[in-house]
Design a protein around this ligand. Structure first.
Ligand SMILES: C[S@@+](CC[C@H](N)C(=O)[O-])C[C@H]1O[C@@H](n2cnc3c(N)ncnc32)[C@H](O)[C@@H]1O
Length: 310
């Protein structure tokens, strides 16, 4: 298989998944299959279900499907629909689920997908190309308020309003159709060293918005926890603070055994703790991994185990 993507935090993920013979695992973000390939090598008679919404990943998975016809099944699905996707394969419970969030190197490096401001391509950014809304639709049609909100919320960009204004001015002269056109507008709008970070944040914000990344992530993590067998593991690598915050908060909530206000004399909430958090602090890559694979630099890994007695 052509290695499109060097798997991030690979030994840490394998250890965290605690792969055991004859158990069932899910790679919810198959990408180029780097993690999946190693998971398949790690256990006897295991079954692995790979998920990805990107047709390119489905093509990538053919090699593993041929190599492991008994062990490996690929599902083209948004991970928000993980439960139904697996139910169609008659799978209700699993023993480990891995998420390696964000875009794959393959997606980033393909100018036609429009994810990167370093290559000239159409302003697209859809991970699932059968969905309707593209980044160009948003940039050319949304109001000033809507654009500024997206840039603030999903890019945490302080100059959100100024950049939204620059976009509105430019599009009144000419439609903004390409990545480099949008990058140039941001560069001209934020004339300082800050413009590189601003470009990264605006592109991130548009990508998150187009793919509804925060909403689908919440649903997928909550559903995954429900699907785990006792002692099963959920293992998540995130690449920016918005994603990491969602994971951290869901894990914290699920681990709590009581959510009554502190002033209540006794517990009346019936909440049970469903997981034990195994990574009090997120695990981050070593300097050597970052040197070998700069894409790993912002990775944070969080792990939890489903409680055996609920
Ligand atoms: C960082 S890559 C995964 C790389 C993979 N671990 C590897 O080793 O090759 C993330 C993948 O998740 C997919 N993805 C992101 N959001 C998704 C979603 N909501 N549903 C399904 N797949 C998604 C992307 O299409 C991309 O292929």
């Amino acid at each position: 298989m052509k290695e499109y993507h060097v798997p991030v935090l690979l030994p840490e993920c394998l250890e965290a998944l605690d792969i055991r013979d004859s158990k069932v695992y899910v790679d919810a973000t198959f990408g180029g299959g780097g993690h999946s390939a190693k998971i398949l090598e790690s256990g006897k008679d295991i079954r692995l279900f790979g998920l990805d919404q990107d047709p390119d990943s489905i093509k990538q998975s053919l090699v593993l499907q041929e190599k492991y016809p008994e062990k490996f099944v690929m599902i083209k699905e948004n991970f928000a629909n993980l439960r139904t996707g697996l139910a169609l394969e008659r799978i209700k419970k699993v023993d480990g689920i891995l998420f390696d969030l964000g875009v794959s190197s393959h997606q980033i490096n393909d100018p036609a997908r429009g994810f990167s401001f370093q290559y000239d391509g159409s302003l697209d950014m859809r991970m699932d190309q059968s969905s309707d809304l593209t980044a160009a639709d948003v940039v050319n049609n949304y109001s000033f308020e809507e654009l500024a909100k997206i840039f603030r919320e999903f890019g945490e960009e302080k100059e959100a309003a100024r950049i939204a204004n620059c976009i509105i001015l430019e599009r009144s002269k000419e439609q903004i159709k390409t990545t480099l056109h949008l990058a140039k507008i941001i560069e001209n709008c934020i004339v300082s060293k800050k413009s590189i970070k601003a470009k990264a944040r605006i592109f991130q914000a548009l990508r998150i918005y187009i793919n509804k990344e925060m909403d689908v992530l919440r649903t997928a993590i909550e559903d995954s926890i429900k699907m785990l067998n006792p002692d099963g593991r959920i293992v998540v690598i995130s690449y920016h603070s918005l994603e990491d915050r969602i994971i951290k908060n869901i894990f914290k909530f699920e681990a709590k055994s009581c959510i009554c206000p502190p002033e209540f004399p006794r517990c009346v909430c019936d909440k049970i703790s469903t997981i034990e958090i195994l990574s009090r602090k997120p695990i981050i890559p070593t300097l050597q991994e970052i040197e070998n694979n700069p894409r790993a630099r912002s990775a944070k890994l969080r792990i939890a185990r489903k409680r055996s007695v609920l």
